[in-house]
Design a binder for this molecule. Structure first.
Ligand code: FAD
Length: 455
């Protein structure tokens, strides 16, 4: 019997249940990655994400080579490509770790098709701490409030301990041809130019980053995590996004570092950090239960929200994208994003509020920009957080909470270090809007939908 291990958003060899299952196959394994940009459920990757993917696949290829296995790359709709490769390799088994967004429809159809062809197709847990269907309210529905969701997670059995990487893998006797990674053209010069200086994709870099965070920063996390001038947070989001490290690994290593060994993840030294992993879980829980988040607000009143049209507002989102709004914190954040492919969480909230409330621009415009420019953009966390800030998401901030970028800067960047680093010239740019006036305009707009039904 030979197996295919189909990698997706889990570009690692440790704590990889599907890989470990395939590794038990003495007759050989084919490792496969499919670049699927054409299935209707797929969302084509943004430019920064493509850059990261290129390097992450390169790193996975090296790790697999150390285990004796080549990585086969193919491009096209997964439903066509995976059975094709299974035929070419003469495989009787296909394994993968689960996805939880709209792509799971692809996986369900594919599983049925492979099984109809007599192939043992099986999926495993690997990208979340808790499978989304195991967490439900008393009425059996999805949670809408984060604190209740996380309490329910903490009542579950603790996440499983991470699995070891396989020692070695037997290569399938019928090797199948691979595309060339370089010829996929994922490396747009625009992104290569800036990201190389700031990003280190791959499983090894992910583990190094976690170690460094736990050794040097986690004890100060709760105090300093909101200060964008400091490297106070883990910086793990792109590594988690691409599955270069599993959340279970992060969970258990953090608990071990705190010396608690086992625990419920609350109230100890690393509880604040672990509950941020909880927000990631909550975003995926919401996507799993409520369907594609990037296209429509969960609060249906927002279908009728009077966003300003492109004609009315085009110059303002352009200034927002370029970091030329005249508000230091907004400009610094947008330029940090353009240069590094990430932005500090506090600043993400401020720039998102500025776009959706002060500029009254549809949150989907901002979500799409982040999708193209973030190296950690994923189909759960990105639209989930945009909806949260805009007011139409689950457990969303009340609409009248309009972040004031000037007071936010005073509070979270009091010595101006962050703004100086990224947008030292912003004081010279005249502000593109009046904050008080545009805040009032946003509140008036909200009045138009306030009384409508939510569902
Ligand atoms: C408008 C907006 C868009 C966002 N888009 C994304 C996105 O596309 N991908 C993404 O991973 N995060 C997104 N976030 C959440 C958050 O900003 C990043 O996860 C965080 O900045 C990553 O930095 P870190 O790894 O140092 O986080 P840490 O503070 O070290 O947190 C540890 C991990 O917890 C998770 N996490 C923390 N906060 C959140 C959150 N609010 N939502 C979901 N997961 C969280 C991340 O996986 C993160 O790596 C967005 C936030 C906002 C306000």
């Amino acid at each position: 019997m030979t197996s295919i291990i189909w990698f997706r958003d889990d570009l690692r060899v440790a704590d990889h249940a599907a890989l470990l299952e395939a590794a038990g196959d003495p007759d050989g394994v084919t490792a496969l990655y499919v670049l699927d940009e054409t299935s209707p459920e797929a969302r084509p990757l943004g430019g920064a994400a493509r850059w990261w993917l290129h390097h992450s696949l390169g790193a996975l290829r090296r790790s697999l080579a150390e285990l004796g296995l080549p990585l086969t790359l193919r491009r096209g709709p997964a439903e066509r490509v995976v059975p094709e490769v299974a035929r070419e390799a003469g495989a009787q088994r296909v394994f993968w770790n689960r996805r939880y967004g709209p792509e799971r429809d692809i996986d369900a159809r594919l599983k049925a098709r492979l099984r109809a062809d007599g192939i043992d197709a099986r999926s495993f847990a690997g990208s979340l701490l808790f499978e989304p269907w195991t967490i439900a309210t008393g009425e059996g529905t999805a949670y809408r409030v984060y604190s209740a969701f996380w309490r329910a997670c903490m009542r579950e059995p603790a996440p499983a301990r991470p699995l070891p990487a396989p020692d070695a893998l037997a290569v399938t006797p019928t090797p199948v041809p691979s595309d060339s990674l370089e010829e996929w053209g994922l490396l747009d010069a625009r992104w290569a130019h800036t990201l190389e200086a700031h990003c280190a994709p791959g499983e090894k870099a992910a583990n190094d980053r976690l170690d460094e965070f736990l050794d040097e920063r986690v004890s100060d996390y709760d105090r300093a995590r909101d200060l964008p001038s400091l490297p106070a947070t883990s910086g793990l989001s792109p590594h988690l996004r691409w599955g270069e490290i599993s959340p279970r690994t992060v969970w258990w290593r953090a608990l071990e570092a705190a010396g608690t060994g086992i625990g419920d993840g609350t109230g100890d030294e690393v509880g604040g950090f672990l509950s941020e992993l909880g927000w990631r879980e909550f975003a995926w829980h919401t996507l799993f239960h409520r369907g594609a988040l990037e296209s429509r607000g969960l609060d249906r009143r927002y279908d009728a929200f009077p966003w300003r049209s492109e004609g009315e507002s085009a110059a303002e989102p352009a200034a927002w994208r370029k970091g030329e709004t005249g508000f230091g914190l907004v400009d610094a954040g947008m330029r940090e994003l353009w240069q590094t492919g990430v932005m500090h969480n506090r600043v993400r909230m401020v720039v998102a509020s500025f776009l959706t409330k002060n500029l009254l621009v549809d949150w989907r415009v901002g979500e799409a920009w982040f999708w193209d420019t973030l190296v950690d953009a994923d189909r759960a966390s990105n639209p989930f957080n945009w909806q949260w800030v805009a007011g139409c998401g689950v457990d969303a901030a009340p609409y009248f909470r309009v972040f004031n970028p000037v007071t936010q800067q005073k509070k979270f960047d009091p010595d101006g270090k962050y703004v100086d680093r990224w947008a030292s010239d912003s004081l010279l740019t005249p502000p593109i809007v009046d904050l008080a006036e545009t805040r009032q305009r946003a509140l008036d707009a909200y009045e138009q939908i306030r009384g409508l039904p939510r569902a």
